[in-house]
Design a binder for this molecule. Structure first.
Ligand SMILES: Cc1cc2nc3c(=O)[nH]c(=O)nc-3n(C[C@H](O)[C@H](O)[C@H](O)COP(=O)(O)OP(=O)(O)OC[C@H]3O[C@@H](n4cnc5c(N)ncnc54)[C@H](O)[C@@H]3O)c2cc1C
Length: 332
């Protein structure tokens, strides 16, 4: 147990924050120690989906359980929660088990992937998860089925019940061949640009890598947490009204009553792409990404995100909900 640990280098926004108490979890056996008895204020993975305020009261548990625990050689893997997500996706492709190529290059850890059911380019991690192993506070080790996890769009039981579970490992099944998903984002265009007419999963991974590198800032140089807001889901009546004034509004039907709108488009059309101050703003090439231009605090990020929400609400009548989780309190 350490006290007063600076988490600035443990979050991709690069925000200054001090954990009152900090424990590194490197072995599941540690979970039965008294120190882990109470539910932590923060279960920390790669810190790529968090806005940390200056003080994190209570306990922060940093999940550093690393590596592939088991693999059956047929595409089924049990992977420890602290393992790097992107490295695992690369490994599965190298081993000849395609499926997760559209999810390449998402930062963060295996254990956080089910929390917000990470997704990109028409794929979601929930499609590949067969079980989640977790420490349930007050109960002990449990195994959750995909149904137990209650996955939704950037959502799950773990996101809705923070503090209840600490995920220790995730089971994946890549044994079934699935058709490639080429129709999302700019994948088809990127493959064409590279002269590829009959793509393999690894070609798709390369295409997604190229697209992501061209659109998203490298958090190592420009702090960010990827998409800051979820894409809002709105009633068809509101969508129809918006189309009258904005006929070019893109949308994705969900069912007969609601459609999903791209939050980045709304922020862009509200005139906020590249907007902000010296320390915080939206990224010039992708309005949905909020960036720390240098010296920003969690409070700066939240106050600018509120401005973005208010402007989009005033212009389109559409509420934006943050995708990131906010933890801690302001000092003083
Ligand atoms: C440049 C960039 C691009 C991104 N692109 C995408 C994208 O395309 N799609 C997407 O879905 N996300 C994206 N993200 C968001 C982020 O990468 C994912 O949400 C990722 O899964 C977060 O992993 P992490 O280990 O960093 O989690 P953290 O940020 O450390 O934690 C996120 C949440 O998960 C909880 N958590 C973490 N580990 C555990 C655990 N072991 N047990 C229980 N709870 C845990 C935390 O308490 C917190 O609530 C992007 C982020 C960045 C910076």
């Amino acid at each position: 147990m350490r006290e007063g640990v600076n988490l600035q280098r443990y979050n991709t926004f690069g925000l200054p924050a001090v954990a009152e108490r900090y424990l590194a979890l490197t072995d599941v056996a540690q979970l039965s120690d008294d120190a882990f008895n109470q539910a932590p204020a923060l279960v920390l993975g790669g810190g790529s989906n968090l806005v940390l305020l200056e003080e994190i009261p209570g306990l922060t548990v940093h999940v550093l359980l690393n590596g592939i625990e088991s693999a059956d050689g047929k595409g089924r893997f049990r992977v420890r929660a602290g393992t790097d997500w992107n490295q695992f996706v690369r490994y599965t492709l190298e081993q000849g088990f395609p499926g997760m190529e559209n999810l390449i290059l998402i930062p963060g850890t295996i254990g956080a992937a089910p929390v917000q059911n990470i997704g990109a380019y028409g794929a979601e991690v929930a499609e590949f998860i067969t079980a989640v192993h977790a420490w349930e506070y007050g109960r002990g080790m449990v195994e959750l089925s995909p149904e137990d996890c209650a996955f939704g769009y950037r959502d799950s039981r773990f996101k809705r019940e923070p503090g209840r579970y600490l995920i220790t490992a995730v089971d994946f099944d890549l044994s079934q061949r699935r058709p490639l998903k080429l129709e999302y984002g700019a994948i088809a265009g990127e493959l064409e640009r590279c002269g590829i007419t009959e793509p393999s999963a690894r070609d798709v991974a390369t295409a997604v890598t190229n697209i992501r590198r061209s659109k998203l800032p490298d958090w190592f140089f420009l702090g960010n947490s990827g998409s800051f807001f979820k894409n809002p889901v709105v009633e068809r009546s509101l969508h129809a009204n918006l189309l009258e004034t904005h006929p070019d509004l893109p949308s994705y039907p969900i069912d007969d009553s609601v459609v999903k709108l791209p939050a980045g488009w709304l922020i862009d059309k509200a005139g906020l792409r590249g907007a902000g101050t010296d320390c915080v703003g939206t990224y010039e090439r992708q309005a949905l990404v909020m960036v720390n231009r240098g010296g920003a605090s969690g409070r700066d990020i939240l106050s600018f995100s509120k401005q973005v929400q208010d402007t989009v609400m005033a212009k389109f009548g559409v509420p934006l909900e943050p995708e990131v989780r906010v933890i801690g309190r302001q000092a003083g």
